[in-house]
Design a protein around this ligand. Sequence first.
Ligand SMILES: NC(=O)c1ccc[n+]([C@@H]2O[C@H](COP(=O)([O-])OP(=O)(O)OC[C@H]3O[C@@H](n4cnc5c(N)ncnc54)[C@H](O)[C@@H]3O)[C@@H](O)[C@H]2O)c1
Length: 352
Amino acid sequence: MSKRLLVTGSSGLIGSEVCCFFHEMGYEIHGVDNNQRAEFFGPQGDTRWNQRRLQSSLANFHHHELDIRNRQGTLDLLAELKPSAIVHTAAQPSHDRAAAIPFDDFDTNAVGTLNMLEAVRRACPESPFAHMSTNKVYGDAPNSIPLVELATRWEYADPAYAHGIAETFTIDQSKHSLFGASKVAGDIMVQEYGRYFNIPTCCLRGGCLTGPNHSGVELHGFLSFLIKCNLEDREYKVYGYKGKQVRDNIAAHDVARFIHAFIQNPRVAQVYNLGGGKPNSCSILDAFALVEKLTGKKQRYSYVDENRIGDHICYYSDLRKMRAHYPNWDISVDLPALFAQIVDGWQQRSRK
Ligand SMILES: NC(=O)c1ccc[n+]([C@@H]2O[C@H](COP(=O)([O-])OP(=O)(O)OC[C@H]3O[C@@H](n4cnc5c(N)ncnc54)[C@H](O)[C@@H]3O)[C@@H](O)[C@H]2O)c1
């Protein structure tokens, strides 16, 4: 079978990384993106620069200007290409933005995912389908885990979570945000197309995914945006939880490596919590300290004594299932290296 990869959201953070990674592995790459991120977040979220980067640097890259909400267009493209693997990263990715644009959010995250799945079932049901889901499918249920307050971060008090949150955690009966709910719909559909039609699908429930090519904005991409604020001497707004809220951060490169491992050795209807795990977790206060150390610039910030609706207080992924299923995969970019790469990425872009 020819190595032909279809990537939706190819101009975004994860999509572009996947395009580069698989191109290096000898795949013919077909990217689908309509720069919807600029519609969602305004000019700061524009990803055309990344599309141009792929078009100029990858010889075997083909861009398709398609909206995944366009059902017929999606069915036609898959019928024409019959890719040997599909990576679905196109999404409305912001927790906070969704309430203002509920139709766009659901049509993209839930219906767009269904369009992709049905197109795959009709055109190439043997091809592995990796879907980017999110830890927001767990809603705010992780906030019910007892915590201890440390000097700069929250930590789980219950030893059952010493390795983080596993895939068995409940996704039900908690507050998700409209984004979390539309992603649950997509996530369950991806599992169902696996179980019901025996398509090799997986849902990757991401923690904080980031890297040097992230177009971080206030409403999405916390680490990328925080580092940008530091570099530009801009004030960063901290919302609630004393700035001690914890996130686990994973490099887009390690996400692409995992997707590659899955596609090489696919399973059916799997779910993985794909984050940086405990060693790559930090609070916002920890992140300020880390970036200050790198740039030598004090982080300016203000504190808003109200948390974002449904925001996790402490979340990091239990990576043990991923490691058990794919023992050759592990985190390769640790937290200090990730920070350094993001600083470098913003500096390079500001010079252009
Ligand atoms: N970045 C994170 O921290 C994070 C965390 C958890 C989960 N995720 C998930 O990972 C996936 C990728 O996230 P990302 O950070 O790369 O997002 P991103 O916004 O950088 O990339 C998404 C891309 O999809 C495109 N897109 C959006 N709607 C589209 C549509 N209707 N048709 C065609 N293209 C469309 C956008 O223009 C953008 O280039 C998403 O599903 C997101 O929910 C991301």
